[in-house]
Design a protein around this ligand. Structure first.
Ligand code: SF4
Length: 405
């Protein structure tokens, strides 16, 4: 498991370190791969690895990764999340969002090793869905997710217990966004709940309302709020659960009156987008299409023309007419790739600062070279696994998601 150390701030506020580190790679220059030794200076937590890998330049790393990849052949499958650097995506057998990648991995019957170039909760999900005997490797164990870190398992379990006391059996069901630990997916599986992706959140929440009057949605309050509004709820139907306050900062009456209880978490990348950026883009390009991810705040979602998951954004822009202009509110590595793959359109990120997801960005090619070369030598490093009971209940919640569609 990734060690998640937390910093206690005055007045008891606790901020995940990954959140504090999130702007470490922000720049006004294009992103280029530097030797890891130089990237270490960004001041985030990196996993230690043999010193020789620290000094390799990007050309050497490409050769080393390519050679190890060829030696492993079908024994390994490399998965690259959309938010990964180009030098990682270049070696990915598949690219996509977290769930699509996990499903694809499970279909690779020949692969002994699934190398998940993404973040920790994704590698866990891949393990839960993998075939028996397949091993999942996360190249850098420090690649967590600040949103996932905002919902520590114990805090969500406490919340669930409080809700049971106030609302009674059957009074509420848990709906968890994919971006959480396997332990929380298991909490959903054990308690009649369901998992969702950003593209299936409305279906999952509707499914839950067929079984209960209330839903507790975690860890992303913005996806939860945007989904509730899409389903016709009002803001008055929702309360926010702040894990740093008793009863989440709510009275029993407020909880009983609520239809949607939103965990106070967010994505550090998608909350960078603002209505001001959209206004500026519309002034510059009057015919522009604005497309944002549903992890953005509701004001930004309301000001956009289209809202979609990472897969949805890729598909929508690919299908758009030549000459169209797109201002996009999602992670910069993905936006840059879409722009490159759609040279007949103008595509740019709404945020003028180049600010990659700092946890995804920790998968430097040096780590990929290291874990692949270790596998060639018969050693598995950075293996990610989930205990049997957690895996069993997490799988139940994931299967409900698949049934809902
Ligand atoms: S983009 Fe946001 S939700 Fe996705 S891994 Fe990064 S911090 Fe987590």
């Amino acid at each position: 498991m990734v060690e998640v150390r937390e910093r206690r701030e005055p007045h008891g506020t606790r901020v995940p370190l990954t959140e504090l580190e999130q702007s470490a790679f922000c720049t006004t220059e294009p992103l280029v791969v530097k030797p890891l030794e130089e990237e270490f200076k960004a001041g985030v937590r990196w996993q230690k690895l043999p010193i020789a890998y620290m000094r390799m330049d990007s050309t050497t790393l490409r050769e080393r990764v390519g050679a190890a990849r060829r030696k492993l052949g079908k024994r390994a499958v490399i998965l690259g999340h959309h938010y990964q650097r180009e030098d990682i995506i270049a070696f990915a057998d598949f690219r996509g969002d977290s769930f699509k990648l996990s499903q694809l991995a499970a279909q690779q019957a020949d692969a002994e090793f699934i190398i998940f170039c993404g973040v920790h909760f994704m590698a866990e999900t891949a393990f839960v869905l993998a075939r028996p005997g397949q091993q999942v490797v996360l190249p850098n164990l420090q690649a967590g997710c600040s949103m996932s870190d905002m919902a520590p398992t114990g805090d969500v379990e406490d919340c669930w217990d409080d809700l049971q006391r106030v609302l009674g059996p059957g009074g509420v069901l848990p709906v968890a966004y994919m971006n959480c630990t396997a332990a929380l997916k298991a909490l959903c599986g054990r308690n009649g709940g369901i998992i969702c992706t950003s593209s299936s959140a409305d279906k999952a929440v509707r499914w839950a309302y067929e079984r209960t009057p209330r839903v507790v949605f975690f860890p992303d309050q913005h996806l939860g709020r945007n989904t509730g509004l899409k389903l016709g709820l009002s803001l008055e139907d929702m309360v926010v659960w702040n894990p740093f306050k008793p009863m989440g900062g709510n009275t029993p009456e407020q909880l009983r009156n609520a239809k949607l209880i939103l965990w106070k978490g967010h994505c550090s990348v998608h909350t960078r987008f603002t209505v001001g950026q959209i206004r500026q883009a519309r002034e510059t390009y009057p015919s522009i299409n604005i497309m944002v991810h549903p992890e953005c705040i509701n004001e930004v979602v309301k000001a956009a023309d289209h809202v979609g998951s990472t897969e949805g954004i890729v598909r929508t822009i690919a299908a758009a007419p030549a000459g169209s202009v797109w201002g996009v509110g999602t992670e910069i590595n993905l936006v840059s790739r879409i722009a490159k793959e759609n040279p007949d359109k103008t595509v740019f990120c709404l945020d003028p600062i180049v600010c990659p997801c700092a946890t995804m960005y920790r998968i430097h090619p040096a780590y990929l070279a290291w874990v692949l070369e270790e596998l060639v030598e018969g050693r598995v490093v950075n293996s990610i696994s989930v205990d049997d009971e957690t895996g069993r209940y997490a799988r139940i919640a994931l299967q409900r998601m698949l049934q809902v569609g």
